[in-house]
Design a protein around this ligand. Sequence first.
Ligand code: NAP
Length: 284
Amino acid sequence: MEHILSGRAAAADLQAKLKERVLALQAGGIVPTLATVRVGEDGADASYERAIVRVCQNVGIRLQKHVLPLGCGQAALEDQLRRLDRDPETSGILLFRPLPKALDEAAAAACIRPGKDVDCMTEAALAGVYLGTSGSWAPCTAEGCMRLLAHYGIDPAGMHAVVLGRSAVVGRPLATLLLRANATVTVCHSKTRDLAAVCRSADLLVAALGKEHFVGPEYIKPGAVVLDVGVHWNAAAGKMTGDVDFDAVAPLAGAISPVPGGVGAMTSTMLAAHVVAAAEAQKE
Ligand code: NAP
């Protein structure tokens, strides 16, 4: 097993395959198109947007960026989403989240049909993930974790997987995907007792709690696979860091994803994969 699980390598591999599918679509007169909708300016959104631009350019997806002012109001946001949903040239829609507090995310999501919901934010798309009835896709980061494991030939079947974090965008859908891949799954959160001991029982530990360098060696069973989903800007170090204390944990882990260049690199590529799949489905 490789020791460093490089999301960049896995993403490059997937992007090469996506390029071929885009060429096939273009030959049939279809240009897969992603519409992004952002409300206001946010540092994290801007960084995700830059990653999306790079991947779309590389794969051949047309990108339409729509930016609404901070005080735009719910009606203007919903109008914009409905327009894009009706537009036959738009294959998929990404709404940057979380939205400003004054806006209703669920009502906004309801303006997007599941077939264009490339970020898996609608109730129908999420229900498909949880009920196992969806033939399409899961939230990008959760799916990116699964793709990263698959790229390195790591089969979660039979493993005890501990997911640290139960958010709707990462922890919960990932726990579901791991369960579907036949792992035995434990989901931890802020009320979990004796967290380090639970994590030390993991063959596969996923840190998705949003606390910089929280996971140290006392959380690791020697030889365990460790995925770090966390993203933090460490101003003192002048670089991105994760939820895992990489330098302290890496010597113990059987395999570990770094930050940057790990799970984060997979997220925007999974989004591109969903846009291509949406365009293919709309062609049929
Ligand atoms: P979130 O919505 O804030 O959820 C954090 C989860 O961690 C919650 O379930 C929370 O428990 C749990 N938690 C927080 N502190 C804890 C503690 N001390 N002990 C145990 N559990 C604790 O965060 P998120 O959106 O899932 O994101 C998690 C991290 O992933 C963040 O760093 C985020 O930036 C990053 N992220 C990265 C990507 C990527 O592409 N790489 C994508 C999305 C997010 P409760 O439920 O009990 O509150």
